[in-house]
Design a protein around this ligand. Sequence first.
Ligand SMILES: NC(=O)C1=CN([C@@H]2O[C@H](COP(=O)(O)OP(=O)(O)OC[C@H]3O[C@@H](n4cnc5c(N)ncnc54)[C@H](OP(=O)(O)O)[C@@H]3O)[C@@H](O)[C@H]2O)C=CC1
Ligand SMILES: O=C(CO)[C@H](O)[C@H](O)COP(=O)(O)O
Length: 470
Amino acid sequence: MDKAPWIGLIGLGTMGAALALNMAEKGWPVAVHNRTESVTQQFLKTAGPLASKLTGAPTLQALVDALTPPRAIILMVPAGEVVDQQIAALAPLLDPGDLIIDAGNANYLDTERRFHDSRGAGYDFMGIGVSGGEEGARHGPSIMAGGEARQWQRVGPLLRSIAARFQDEPCAALLGPGGAGHFVKMVHNGIEYADMQMIAETYAIMRDGLGLDAPRIADIFAGWNGGPLESYLIEISAEVLRAVDPLTGQPMPDVILDVAGQKGTGRWTAIEAQKLGVAIPVIEAAVAARNISARPEARARGAQTFGALPQRLPPDALPAADLEQALIAGKILCYAQGFEMMTASSTEFGWNLPLPVIAEIWRAGCIIRSAMLNDMAEALRNSPDDDLIFAPFFSAKLIHAEPALRRVVAAAMQAGIAVPALSAGLSWFDAMRTPRGSANLIQAQRDFFGAHGFVRIDGQDVPHGPWGAG
Ligand SMILES: NC(=O)C1=CN([C@@H]2O[C@H](COP(=O)(O)OP(=O)(O)OC[C@H]3O[C@@H](n4cnc5c(N)ncnc54)[C@H](OP(=O)(O)O)[C@@H]3O)[C@@H](O)[C@H]2O)C=CC1
Ligand SMILES: O=C(CO)[C@H](O)[C@H](O)COP(=O)(O)O
């Protein structure tokens, strides 16, 4: 060990172990602790040359003792109660100026509470969102930090040094106070759900509607990855579709149960959007689709009762180019909703979220990284307060892709292939360009049963309508 560490890490699971190795590789000595001590021993044993930068600590006290004050201790443990337990156990061992950093997928409301609880409690607290999975954590994640500028001054250089880089610019930034970083990570994950769902919907159309096999669909995804849809999620979709089950010799996706797991960040995004009064139907549809996927018995019963779906589409009903354009449109619509949600939260909570910076730090390292995020960053830099769909680059893309999106959704509906996210995107897009919608009837109904009043088209406030007058 060449230098005493000031940075500690608790939780040597998938993410924590990879982050610790990443920090060590970038030259930062790190002290590590894990609840199960054998995991720490094993971790140190397999760290190779990086072991010289790592100190194992069998207890929290040993971890604190191994660190030079002012300390910074990263928690990489499951979100929720475990984080509170770790803070409660650590706090009495710390000195003023020491910093606890929760780097898990915390609910931003918990982060806000923990941030407030830390004030006057003898330690500092920050919440940072980390994206990129194990590979990202090991070699460069995207880091969305929330906290105070003085805390960022201390740990920013470390976090920027371990982050992914896009054209040599680190994908790590302080985005706002308190829970702002975890809020942005939550929206990132909501978008991740939607991106994955829309890719899965085009997969379903190709598999069930067009009868394509996994290797053929893999080729199509790989082709798209060379164009505007270039992204990590498209790339790995091609890769997983090419993988073969060693037990049966079938394509791996064909032997995986169609029940999607979820740990909560997508659901939180939908809940918080409702609280903010922002419409994010593509993300909501993606969360709902995971919920429906988790009811295989009900789906089997539905097939028995109502007839099994989907049906095959007529041959050549949809060219792959239409599916590609539909996905491009869906992606723009979903990101527009996600950024609108962050604009609303920024106003509501006074966070002043830097939207162009958020798009910039999502360009590399994170799960939703894509070529399009560079265009989004540019659009938001040119016009940070405008909806993404109105940025000239994206409105042109939407105008071009709209007919294909409509054809894809219509064909899927006809064949009974569920496309909840793509269709939600299309409906939102349609609603967003309908100058006179149908809410006039809702206003009349509300006033009829509840005397809620309404505004006439000439601007006049009407306390109650002439219902039942004749
Ligand atoms: N996996 C991913 O792709 C990503 C995960 N995250 C987030 O990072 C955090 C960690 O995730 P991940 O590394 O995947 O999780 P893992 O399950 O791989 O690791 C969990 C770690 O937390 C420790 N731990 C679990 N329960 C307790 C407890 N009660 N007290 C003390 N330590 C405990 C475990 O120790 P032990 O060995 O003793 O069990 C282990 O070190 C989560 O918030 C997750 O949502 C964020 C981005 C991506
Ligand atoms: O944060 C992540 C990626 O960005 C984690 O992988 C997270 O677990 C993904 O969410 P879910 O498990 O609900 O699919």
